[in-house]
Design a protein around this ligand. Structure first.
Ligand SMILES: Cc1cc2nc3c(=O)[nH]c(=O)nc-3n(C[C@H](O)[C@H](O)[C@H](O)COP(=O)(O)O)c2cc1C
Length: 334
């Protein structure tokens, strides 16, 4: 494999330079503001929001706008929109720009049925020309950085990733992220690096982020090497392991190496919990949302299964925090 120090490098765009090429993926229900701040602190150069409805945003839904809360420390942040109406997506961009957005991303990859039935997300992979129309409207409405996230195709007989990426760039997209699966695969099988490479080669004038199945620094290096992509986008591998960003930078010699210990782990988990408490003032909602992170942090630790069951059964904040402390907080040595 190539020298990792050569694979990890900044990405320069028209308006922004990313310090490195490790990026947090958009994940509905996961990449909210607290998690983005944690990923950023851990070394991600760019973070994507959860996907947000362009229509909801234009119609002024309070819940939608709440999902768009940001903080200066997380910048640059890419706001991801979903929808299928070019006019509405253009208008959503206009409003987001007025709200201070500097980066907007279009979701052309979400495989969830609710999206597909509405012709949004990955359904747009079946309509490359429509993607071009949408991106053109977004481009006309928005002066910041514009990107598009795709899959390699709809299914094995509709591998439109290359065409969609090309049309999106021609219409004004400045960066493409590509998940190396088709919509039909959902999350099954493996992300196909050769197909990601085809997308990289089809749009040589813009950076491409390669996405899918990066769980370790070596996965990131292998993905960069196999695809020739400018960077990698990391989703599930960072849930419960935001240290993945820092460890990848360390392995590439970009930041000093240091051994992680239980105390540092707990510091980050505790900080994540505090940020969540600030972001979700309603205790019921907080408990519901905290559980997935707390369970994820325990993955792979001895006793994780018993801990997970106890976490799932607990529906009271103090009980949940006590469980987390008992499990993660290092014992004081007398
Ligand atoms: C819980 C979850 C939520 C996701 N939500 C979104 C989303 O809102 N928008 C999007 O473009 N992709 C979404 N994805 C897809 C991820 O961004 C990413 O493409 C996919 O998980 C593959 O990368 P990974 O193997 O690193 O997780 C989601 C994935 C997961 C697991």
């Amino acid at each position: 494999m190539s020298d990792p120090s050569k694979l990890i490098r900044p990405i320069a765009l028209r308006r922004v330079i990313l310090d490195n090429n490790l990026v947090l993926a958009p994940m509905a229900g996961v990449s909210n503001l607290p998690f983005r701040l944690i990923a950023k602190e851990a070394g991600a150069a760019l973070v994507f929001t959860e996907t947000v409805s362009a229509k909801g945003l234009v119609l002024g839904g309070e819940k939608t706008w709440r999902m768009l809360r940001s903080a200066p420390q997380e910048k640059p942040v890419a706001y991801q929109l979903f929808g299928r109406d070019p006019e509405i997506l253009g208008e959503a961009c206009r409003r987001l720009e007025a709200h201070g957005a500097e980066w907007i991303d279009l979701n052309v990859g979400c495989p969830v049925k609710k999206f597909i039935l509405n012709g949004a997300g990955a359904a747009l992979l079946k309509e490359p020309e429509r993607v071009a129309q949408i991106v053109a409207k977004m481009r006309a409405a928005f002066s910041g950085t514009l990107s598009v996230k795709i899959r390699v195709g709809w299914d094995e007989s509709t591998l439109t990733g290359v065409e969609v990426a090309r049309l999106a760039v021609d219409a004004g997209a400045e960066l493409i992220s590509v998940h190396g699966r088709t919509r039909a695969q959902q999350y099954r099988g493996k992300a196909n690096r050769a197909r990601i490479r085809e997308v990289v080669e089809a749009v040589p004038e813009v950076p491409v982020l390669a996405n899918g199945d990066i769980e370790t620094p070596d996965d990131a290096f292998a993905m960069l090497e196999a695809t020739g992509a400018a960077g990698v986008m990391i989703g599930r591998g960072s849930l419960g392991n935001p240290w993945l960003f820092r460890e990848t930078l360390e392995r590439a010699g970009q930041v000093p190496s240091r051994t992680r210990n239980a105390a540092e782990n707990w510091n980050l988990i505790e900080r994540h919990i505090d940020l969540m408490a600030k972001y979700f003032p309603d205790e019921h909602v907080l408990v519901h949302n905290l559980k997935k992170y707390i369970v994820a942090y325990a993955k792979g630790c001895p006793g994780a299964t018993v801990f997970r069951d106890a976490v799932q059964r607990s529906d009271e904040l103090h009980a949940l925090l006590r469980l987390a402390q008992d499990f993660f907080r290092p014992r004081q040595v007398a």
